[in-house]
Design a protein around this ligand. Structure first.
Ligand SMILES: [Fe+2]
Length: 184
């Protein structure tokens, strides 16, 4: 079950929201789009990129058209990945991008941390969740110590994906994905 947990910058928990409509509404107020797509399609974790994109063709086409994305790919990670720590650490500090960061979780889960004002909006995304983080919004992402997810990534410009780190240590004060997972 996806949740939205809101924290003060000090790391104090303010509230936890579990209702999907309310999560979408609260995120919309900070410019973040959150949708739940129908995932009843039979798709094994071993499905290829082509099979995943074919299964979600309708939704993917809609998003590509709406945002004008130029490329898409499918990324997956499992707890036995030898690069899991390196990949986890890559986006664990607060940063921004000059492009949207848009993901659809085909399987598994991961946690986005959005810091648009004096609160941190922690979104535990699960299978079926679509999220778009606007350009220049401060955020970070935690896949946890035992990453398990498969996600479609949407890109408009190659250089838009470069992370501009803010230098803030705020991500150390907010619970990790593993801890947020326990709030469910
Ligand atoms: Fe990012």
């Amino acid at each position: 079950m996806s949740i939205l947990a809101i924290y003060k910058e000090s790391g104090e928990l303010v509230e936890v929201i579990e209702d999907y409509e309310e999560i979408a509404q609260r995120l919309s107020s900070i410019g973040v789009r959150f949708e739940r797509w129908n995932t009843e399609r039979e798709l094994p974790f071993s499905a290829t990129q082509e099979q995943v994109l074919e299964a979600y063709r309708e939704e993917v086409d809609r998003i590509v058209k709406e945002f004008g994305f130029k490329s898409i790919d499918v990324v997956s990670l499992t707890p036995d990945s030898p690069r899991k720590e390196e990949l986890r650490n890559m986006f664990l500090s607060e940063h921004t991008h000059s492009d949207f960061e848009v993901r659809f979780f085909v399987d598994g889960c991961g946690t986005f941390y959005l810091h648009p004002d004096d609160k941190v909006y922690v979104v535990l995304c699960e299978k079926g969740d679509f999220i778009s983080v606007p350009a220049n919004t401060k955020h970070w992402f935690d896949m946890g110590t035992k990453p398990f997810f498969k996600a479609i990534r949407f890109f408009s410009i190659p250089e838009g994906w470069v992370a501009n780190f803010t230098g803030s240590d705020i991500s150390k004060r907010i619970p990790s994905h593993d801890q947020v997972f326990e709030l469910r």
